[in-house]
Design a protein around this ligand. Structure first.
Ligand code: BGC
Ligand code: NOJ
Length: 813
């Protein structure tokens, strides 16, 4: 069952019923001001940091779900309705929500009145614009009352939902005409406030929530709206809100446009005031001035469209597979951008107050993002590296506002350093920019300890080399990619964080997953060393890599698949000898991507085992058989009921690893099957089962051991976005940036006749036509670049062609 459809021309998903199985959201904003907006107008805004600078209040865990947002109430006679259906839930005559690239449009009508609400965050501005167009479609006169409504958050979202003894006394506002200012704490330690304004004179306002809602009132039927009259309330303490009241008269056929703006404004400390307790409104007025007419708002919306048009033009595919085209050209890349901006902080499953930016998460997000805005990728890599410790280990997370490591969680996740090499290699392959290696980069944000960035990579590489266990495999530390495999934790008390409990180091527990990573990304490290003329170091690194391959084959191969780990007792994890959790997905993906034991047939065997033991119709589960008991020696992974999350859920993130691994052994049909099984557009028809948004990935789909097999959770902020885009663009379609040029190495289902790709690579526009006349799965028989045949399958980078177009024909066979 579907709840909408893809509109590929407008690059939108159009939701046709407000009653989606879960709120289906979108993200507004691309740089510093962000809003989450659901298909019923739920959501909230923040500036840069979802925890520390939250503009509007949202309540997770509410009943009904998703019941706070930026709302417009229309009172037409006795009927009160909202363009997004919530919160009044008045049945609408027509409804649709169009989630597009950085904007959402709500089109609704009731009793002959239509409302079109367009929400977006303009490029380069710290505000959200809501353009509301009301049209009288009826034959009679319409006299309506319109009320806007936002509930302010007292900035620090964590304090906002906990420290009530203080909060109920701190709220302050100021109202000037149609502008409502939220200035809590501005008098003392803040130099920022929020403004909520409309570009028309108003007939009333409210800033005190109790006045607006009424005693024991609810968002669904605020007293002020029911009575059709604002209270002109000025909040003092309690809960500050912003609401405008406009009386609107519309002749039959007449329309009225209004522009509402919710903005974040900062003043220099010496310019905060214009009088006693009178805030300096000048920067707010300048901001509002930019969007105070329909023409200006429309121009800003058009600028947003061209911003996205330009970004997406760097990679696009045209094939006979419409769902592939739609995901590659629009939604995969869009989700990559969102994960780049949000990391794992703010979604409808991530509260924005928990995790900051993850070290490994952000490094992986770069893999799918670097071709979009390489400059921002460069900056991000250096920011991340600055949170590394001198021994090469790293803070597991950092705060986006301060860019400082998060001491609460600390370090000890032994895969982290290697992800920095992965991100850097991807960046260099995309851009050819080796100068990043010379950037002075601090450790633990301490400039006095800075070295060049190359030294960070060296310490990352050596961290693994110097932290090996008795099988010569990498020590796992707190955990590797699988945060829930906590082999040194041994937690028995409720409430202890599996992530931080127990020693961060363990002298015994080893990870075969990290071994696979080390081999795969170690090879990149070798290439980078050679490029810098560090031949001796390159040779040493190669020896360490060869030793690791040997260790994996000797101590990490279980006969039919790669084992997962050795626990703190030296016992096997992910082996046929285990009672449960016999086979895990992660080492199959990474060891095969690293081509460990390829010549001995281990890669082929490993992939066959994945298919045999881990496959389901909705994707590949993380492990089998699921854990049914709590194993104190394994940690959080065994705390989840079978089929959920890391305990045998279909963890979407590592499905593309398998798909890529399949391309390594040349099985295009299977790589494609793995790709499509979790791909949202291919699941749209079963939205009632899948339940999350059909345009983006979710972190997890319940596995076959769960009662709700096929139900997804935790949509949007998942490394799946980057890995999927990497998989489909670089390994299935096979358009792969390499150090010296652009490689064309498709691995596709044999019945695909071919495809075309437009790819901007280091300033050159490549138009690539891939033909598959022999119906093979992999292999390039002929590569023609601008009419000339080239040997091999890499188009060497030619700086003379920068700014020009290059035509490429690649014939498979
Ligand atoms: C989740 C993991 C997550 C970890 C760290 C665990 O509860 O299952 O997916 O990475 O927490 O936040
Ligand atoms: C989600 C975390 O964000 C990521 O870092 C981790 O690798 C996966 N969960 C698997 O545990």
């Amino acid at each position: 069952m579907k709840f909408g459809y893809f509109d590929d021309t407008r690059k939108e998903y159009v939701i046709t019923s407000p009653k989606t199985p879960l709120p289906w959201i979108n993200y507004l904003g691309s740089e510093s001001f962000f809003s989450l907006v659901s298909n019923t107008c739920g959501g909230y805004s923040f500036y840069k940091d979802a925890k520390l600078l939250r503009l509007t209040r949202y309540r997770y865990n509410n009943v009904p779900y998703d019941s706070n947002g930026h709302y417009y109430y229309i009172k037409d006679g006795d009927t009160i309705w909202n363009p997004g259906w919530m919160p009044s839930k008045t049945e609408l005559d027509t409804y649709c929500c169009r989630h597009g690239l950085g904007y959402s449009v709500f089109e609704a009508s009731k009793n002959g009145l239509s409302a079109v609400l367009t929400d977006f965050v303009p490029v380069g501005a710290s505000c959200e614009v809501n353009k509301l167009t009301l049209t009288n479609m009826s034959k009679g006169l319409k006299e309506i009352d319109l009320f806007s409504y936002v509930e302010f958050c007292l900035w620090n979202a964590m304090d906002d939902m906990t420290n009530f003894q203080r909060n109920f006394s701190t709220g302050e506002v100021e109202v000037h005409g149609s502008e409502i200012y939220h200035k809590t704490e501005y008098r003392e330690r803040r130099n920022h406030y929020a403004v909520f304004a409309v570009n028309a004179p108003i007939d009333g306002f409210d800033t005190d929530r109790d006045t607006f809602l009424g005693a024991y009132g609810e968002n669904s039927a605020p007293a002020v709206v029911v009575n059709g009259k604002s209270g002109d309330s000025v909040a003092s303490g309690w809960a500050p809100v912003g609401s405008h009241h406009l009386k609107i008269t519309l002749q039959p056929g007449e329309s009225r446009d209004l522009i509402f703006v919710l903005g974040y404004v900062e003043n220099k400390p010496e310019e905060k005031w214009v009088g006693l307790n009178q805030i300096n409104r000048a920067p707010a007025l300048a901001l509002l001035e930019k969007f105070n007419t329909v023409e200006k708002a429309d121009a800003a919306l058009a600028e947003l469209a061209s911003y996205w048009e330009n970004l997406l033009s760097h990679f696009s595919v045209s094939s006979e597979e419409k769902k592939l085209d739609r995901m590659v050209n629009i939604w995969h890349q869009y989700q990559c951008m969102v994960t780049f901006n949000m990391s794992r902080s703010a979604s409808y499953f991530e509260s924005g107050i928990g995790r900051g930016m993850g070290f490994r998460d952000s490094c992986q997000d770069l893999l799918g993002f670097v071709h979009l805005i390489p400059d921002r990728a460069r900056e991000r890599i250096l920011d991340i590296a600055a949170t590394q410790f001198e021994d090469g280990s790293a803070y597991h997370q950092y705060q986006p506002l301060t860019k400082k490591g998060n001491a609460d969680i600390g370090s000890g996740f032994n895969d982290d350093p290697l992800w920095l090499i992965a991100a850097t290699a991807t960046y260099i392959k995309e851009t050819g920019d080796y100068t990043i290696l010379d950037e002075r980069t601090p450790y633990d944000n301490d400039d006095s300890k800075a070295t060049d960035f190359m030294e960070h990579l060296r310490r990352s590489f050596l961290y693994t080399v110097t932290h090996l266990g008795s099988h010569k495999l990498p020590l796992i530390g707190r955990a590797d990619w699988n945060d829930c495999l906590n082999l040194n934790c041994f937690s028995e008390e409720p409430g202890e964080s599996f992530q931080t409990f127990g020693p961060s180091e363990g002298p015994v527990a080893e990870s075969i997953f990290i071994a696979g990573m080390f081999v795969r990304y170690g090879k990149d490290y070798v290439t980078i060393c050679r490029h810098r003329g560090l031949e001796e170091e390159a040779v040493e690194a190669e020896k360490a890599i060869a030793a690791m391959e040997k260790a994996v084959i000797e101590a990490g191969w279980d006969g039919e698949w790669f084992m997962r780990a050795y626990d703190a007792h030296g016992d096997k994890v992910g082996s046929k000898d285990c009672e449960e959790g016999k086979i895990f997905i992660e080492p199959q993906g990474f060891c095969v991507m690293a081509e460990i034991g390829k010549d001995q047939g281990l890669c082929q065997k490993s992939m066959e085992s994945v298919e045999k033991y881990l496959d389901t119709k909705y994707g590949i589960v993380l492990l089998q058989p699921c854990y049914t008991k709590y194993h104190v020696e394994l940690g959080e992974i065994t705390s989840y009921p079978g089929g959920y999350k890391e305990n045998a859920g279909i963890f979407c993130h590592n499905n593309p690893w398998i798909s890529i691994a399949e391309t390594v052994i040349g099985r295009g049909d299977r790589a494609w099957q793995v790709y499509t099984r979790t791909c949202p557009a291919y699941l749209e028809e079963i939205s009632e089962v899948h339940r999350t948004e059909p345009y983006v990935y979710s972190q997890m789909i319940a596995g076959k051991d769960a009662p709700n097999f096929g139900e997804a959770k935790n949509s949007w902020l998942t490394g799946t976005a980057a890995w999927t885009f990497l998989n489909v663009s670089q390994f299935i379609l096979g358009i792969r940036p390499d150090y010296d040029g652009l490689m064309i190495d498709p691995c596709i289902p044999k019945n695909l006749k071919g495809f075309e790709v437009a790819r901007t690579f280091r300033g050159i526009d490549y138009h690539i036509e891939v033909l598959n006349p022999e119906h093979v799965e992999k292999g390039i028989a002929k590569l023609i670049v601008d009419g000339k045949e080239v040997s091999g399958n890499t188009i060497p980078f030619d700086s003379n062609m920068v700014g020009k177009s290059v035509h490429v024909t690649a014939v498979m066979g």
